[in-house]
Design a binder for this molecule. Structure first.
Ligand SMILES: Nc1ncnc2c1ncn2[C@@H]1O[C@H](COP(=O)(O)OP(=O)(O)OP(=O)(O)O)[C@@H](O)[C@H]1O
Ligand SMILES: [Mg+2]
Length: 268
């Protein structure tokens, strides 16, 4: 392991959606603000789409963390929506806290869910349902089921906020279902980082992992920018392998030759 060599507390470029490592680029900040706005203002539905590996799941995890403090929100987080419409309903009800005697029938599930939402509202709590990877949903009936959740209302206020998150196809799928598209009150498209943001991203993650001195030379950063296309998951992958290779060579910094070798290997 290279931690000791680079004097790091932990690995800076792990490909997990860990909010502690969040780098607040302008776009990530905006994405988070819009999702928070949708939730706080009880906007019904919101959508976050964007290229693979650009931080959508991290935004969802960060939002969930922000909502969990203060006890004002009840959140269901579905990260694998390849389920039938009834299974999705069951999963939502389960995650909202009903662990025993989960009904199997749809009508009963809807009754339990309706009661739960009302109970939450009466307790002064907002209910949030986050569906990550929503672009994998193929059947229209599932989107319909999700849309119908927005019919749970009290005095014209939505009893839950639905957040749909996924890759660019999600936007196309939603746009094809006009009734759903019209219900999306807030929407955002998360893009790749620009070169300056990529530079800041790398140094932010290194610092968060406990090393305040730069490890990557400016030329190395430039190459990471080119080979990653500004996609954080790719940046992580390249940088992690570069740290490993640099450690193997006993290097004091990561220069452009190390990054070049890694990039070449990855392309093979
Ligand atoms: N703003 C950011 N700050 C810190 N790390 C980030 C940021 N954006 C993305 N990452 C990191 O990049 C990796 C990929 O992010 P994430 O899994 O959230 O992408 P995604 O958009 O959900 O990808 P996919 O479309 O494949 O589901 C993760 O390790 C994540 O922590
Ligand atoms: Mg994701």
């Amino acid at each position: 392991m290279y931690l000791e060599h680079w004097q790091l507390r932990e690995k800076p470029f792990e490909n997990t959606a860990d909010p502690r490592f969040l780098f607040r680029s302008g776009a990530h900040e905006e994405a988070l603000n819009r999702l928070l706005y949708a939730v706080r203002e009880k906007k019904g539905a919101a959508m976050l789409s964007g290229v693979f590996g650009c931080g959508k799941t991290l935004m969802a995890e960060t939002l969930k963390m922000e909502l969990s403090s203060g006890g004002r929100y009840k959140t269901a987080f579905i990260f694998n929506p390849l389920l039938s419409n009834v299974e999705i309903l069951r999963e939502i009800v389960f995650q909202l806290g009903v662990r025993d005697h989960l009904p199997k029938e749809k009508t009963e599930l809807l009754h339990v869910l309706g009661d739960l939402l009302l109970q939450n509202a009466n307790d002064g709590k907002n209910t949030v349902v986050i569906i990550d990877e929503a672009h994998v949903i193929d059947e229209r009936i599932i989107f319909e089921e999700l849309r119908l959740l927005l019919n749970f209302q009290k005095q014209n206020m939505f009893l839950l906020t639905l957040l749909l998150i996924g890759q660019p196809e999600l936007k196309e799928k939603v746009n094809q279902i006009k009734q759903l598209q019209q219900r999306i009150a807030v929407s955002y498209y998360l893009d790749r980082l620009n070169p300056e943001e990529t530079r800041q991203y790398i140094s932010h993650r290194v610092r968060t992992a406990g090393q305040n001195d730069p490890i990557f030379t400016p030329e190395a950063v430039q190459l990471v920018t080119e080979h990653s296309g500004g996609i954080p998951r790719r940046i992580n992958h390249l940088c992690d392998l570069a740290l490993m290779a640099g450690f193997g060579k006993g290097a004091r910094t990561i220069d452009k030759d190390i990054v070049q070798d890694i990039a070449k290997d990855l392309e093979l």
